[in-house]
Write a protein that binds this ligand. Structure first.
Ligand code: NAD
Length: 473
């Protein structure tokens, strides 16, 4: 069994002051894979103190110096990409193809930050005033387990580009991935204290970061309920917050849609990362007159999906992350049936041939009404709910009938119509006829999907505060 006994403070791997031990379970074998010693409040305060001390010099570094550091971080992560992929896939069950994308985005985040620094003007003249965009201070970064490296590297790259130092609190469920990533980041050779990584429980380490007066901002990715708790806690010290939260993304198939293209895409966006993605398109809105056709296509497409060992290159859906998550998704499938939705394929239990592991059958429900729980709540598993509409206006109104607003998808042959529908959807990102990578366009949610934006200039400015300087000249 792997032992994970260290955290990273002030440029060194140290044994936590915290003594609580947690077991990490392999989602394929259901056996204990690792034992993790968790950090506590004392460790967190030490990490914050180290970041605060490092901030004095780091906040005054030149653009050129920060670009150099970001390049070193990129190179150090890229150098161990293969191992990062294997460890990530094994720890939470992400299929290799998905995991490769995350690892590439993780190292790429440092290059994106370099590009930003090359383009961004930190000093502007506005009338008589010189306006200087200054870093905020020490930043707390709190991240989830479903794309651990990507969230850590993107947030860290942007915060460092802005001139801040950071205390990172990754998910305790990603302790093995974090240990390896920390080794990579350490190898980059940045000054001590610029980044600190404290793996521990959310209600211990995360809560300390939230209340500590020396943290100026928190950038959080995770569930809407925890995001709200952080926002409430951050008010006492008026911390800035960026919140990337949950979603229940609609995928509208327009009346003229080509199902040969749209159904594989619907399945891919509905089940990505084993269904454990904030941006998963899990509400499929289809024209009433094409429902039977859509169902037939979905049944065929789901039958060809390979569920199984995430480390096999042809696996499309691996296991869910934990027994708790497995039980939660099973419960939603049961609720779907109880509330009267039509089970088109999938259902409760494991897929045929899999006797253990947190594997869920890719599941499609039809005749789902907007009031049903499976149409409203984020399930975080490979479960797609099909709803029907009678007019484009109704499709738009159903798409927007949610407390979330993170991402949306529209497919149709008439591009003008698809664009017009896309423009009416309340979501941070809307994709027409596909799924695209846009690492420098803003990412984030409307409504209860979050607060603020990440990526590109909008993301950088969330780590900066304008200072106006005027003199008598
Ligand atoms: P989570 O909210 O349970 O945990 C996220 C992080 O917050 C973890 O590090 C956790 O330890 C910490 N945390 C928990 N309680 C805390 C507290 N009281 N104070 C401070 N920190 C605390 O989420 P999760 O299960 O790790 O991730 C899944 C959720 O994340 C889903 O809802 C998903 O939609 C969301 N998510 C959103 C995005 C996005 O960009 N919008 C991306 C990925 C995941």
């Amino acid at each position: 069994m792997k032992q994970i006994n260290q955290i990273y403070i002030n440029g060194e791997f140290v044994t936590p002051h915290g003594t609580e031990v947690m077991h990490l379970i392999d989602p394929v074998t259901e056996q204990v894979a690792a034992q993790v010693r968790l950090a506590d409040e004392t460790d967190t305060r030490q990490a914050i103190a180290a970041a605060k001390a490092a901030y004095v010099d780091f906040s005054r570094t030149s653009k050129a110096q920060r670009i150099q550091y970001l390049q070193q971080l990129h190179d150090a992560v890229l150098a161990r990409a293969d191992l990062l992929e294997t460890v990530m896939s094994a720890e939470y069950g992400g299929p290799l193809a998905m995991v490769r994308g995350t690892v590439a985005r993780a190292s790429g985040a440092f290059l994106q930050a370099i590009k930003l620094l090359n383009e961004y003007e930190f000093v502007r003249q506005i009338g008589k005033a010189k306006v200087v965009m200054e870093p905020l201070g020490v930043v707390g970064l709190i991240t989830p387990w479903n794309a651990n490296y990507g969230f850590i590297c993107n947030k860290m790259a942007t915060a460092l580009a802005a001139g801040s130092t950071v205390v990172i609190k990754p998910s305790e469920l990603s302790a093995g991935q974090t240990q390896l990533l920390t080794e990579c980041l350490h190898a980059a050779g940045l000054p001590a204290g610029v980044f600190n990584i404290v793996t521990g429980r959310g209600d211990v380490v995360g809560a300390e970061i939230t209340r500590h007066p020396d943290i100026a901002k928190i950038s959080f990715t995770g569930s809407t309920s925890v995001g709200k708790a952080i926002a409430r806690g951050a008010v006492d010290t008026l911390k800035r917050v960026t919140l990337e939260l949950g979603g229940k993304s609609p995928n509208i198939l327009l009346p003229d849609v080509d199902l040969e293209k749209a159904i594989p895409l619907a399945l891919a966006v509905g089940t990505m990362n084993n269904g454990q993605a904030c941006i998963a398109g899990t509400r499929l809105l289809v024209p009433e007159e094409r429902l039977e056709e859509v169902k037939a296509h979905l049944v065929r497409a789901v039958a060809s999906v390979k569920v199984g060992d995430p480390q096999q290159t042809d696996t499309q859906i691996g296991p869910l992350v934990t027994a708790k998550q497995y039980a939660r998704v099973q419960n939603y499938i049961r609720l779907g049936v109880e509330e009267g939705a039509e089970l088109v394929c999938g259902g409760e239990g494991r897929p045929d041939g899999l006797s253990h592991g947190y594997f869920v059958k890719p599941t499609v429900f039809a005749n789902v009404t907007p009031q049903m729980t499976i149409a409203r709540e984020e399930i975080f598993g490979p479960v797609i709910s099909v709803l029907t509409y009678r007019s484009i206006e109704e499709a738009v109104s159903m798409a927007n009938d949610t407390v979330y607003g993170l991402q949306a998808y529209v497919s149709g042959e008439d591009r003008q119509q698809a664009r017009s529908v896309a423009s009416q959807i309340i979501a941070g990102r809307v994709f027409v006829n596909g799924m695209y990578d846009a690492p420098d366009a803003p990412f984030g949610g409307f409504k209860q999907s979050g607060l603020g934006r990440e990526f590109g200039t909008y993301g950088l400015e969330a780590y900066l505060e304008p200072k106006t300087l005027i003199d008598d000249e």
